[in-house]
Design a protein around this ligand. Structure first.
Ligand SMILES: Cc1cc2nc3c(=O)[nH]c(=O)nc-3n(C[C@H](O)[C@H](O)[C@H](O)COP(=O)(O)O)c2cc1C
Length: 172
């Protein structure tokens, strides 16, 4: 009998720089969580990086992000990933105006995650998972969803054990 090892990918967006509640950070909150997951599971990472720059003060960024959402913009992102290689996809994001930054929707337009297992995680400052899980379920009705995790951005740097506990519950 052959054992099939499930291949796991962590797809995420994260915004380093000036951010709400944590000041100016070198590594974005969501990337901190993505790195915990990678260290624990050995999964590959694909960071969704917009071609346009979001390098601006927080008070400007919230306006830019709100406009993008209002207009349903789909900003381009850099690079690509061989999604067919993966069975399980952790999808990580900061909550921007209640859901994913628009550039994540560009990623979802390009890659079909149906028939894969999706494990969402967010960092936020009060919205929790926002509408992330519902949005993904609408986009990928034939995906299998595992228990999602939401962590306050200002807590991520002291939440390694919480992330590992969640991963353990998921079977890692
Ligand atoms: C443009 C923008 C919009 C945001 N909107 C929300 C929101 O609707 N709800 C919320 O709880 N936090 C919101 N936040 C806070 C971020 O979700 C939080 O700081 C997150 O941890 C940032 O992750 P990152 O450092 O990986 O980008 C927003 C932050 C930004 C920059």
């Amino acid at each position: 009998m052959t054992t099939t090892l499930l291949k796991v990918l962590i797809v995420f967006f994260s915004h380093a720089g000036e951010n709400y509640a944590v000041g100016n950070i070198e590594v974005g909150n969501t990337k901190v969580v993505a790195d915990y997951i990678q260290a624990y599971t050995g999964a590959d990472q694909f960071e969704v990086v917009a071609e346009k720059s979001y390098d601006m003060p927080y008070r400007d960024l919230i306006k830019v992000a709100q406009e993008e959402q209002r207009k349903g913009e789909k900003p381009a992102f850099k690079g690509s990933v061989n999604i067919d290689d993966y069975d399980v996809v952790f999808v990580g994001t900061p909550i921007w105006w209640g859901t994913f930054p628009q550039v994540m929707f560009t990623f979802f337009d390009k890659y079909d995650l149906n028939n894969k297992t999706i494990i969402p995680f967010t960092t936020h400052e009060g919205s929790g998972l926002g509408s992330v899980v519902n949005d993904l379920k609408k986009l990928y009705p034939n995906a299998k969803f595992e228990k999602a995790l939401a962590i306050k951005g200002s807590d991520v740097r002291s939440s390694k054990e919480r992330v590992e506990k969640w991963l353990k519950e998921l079977g890692y």
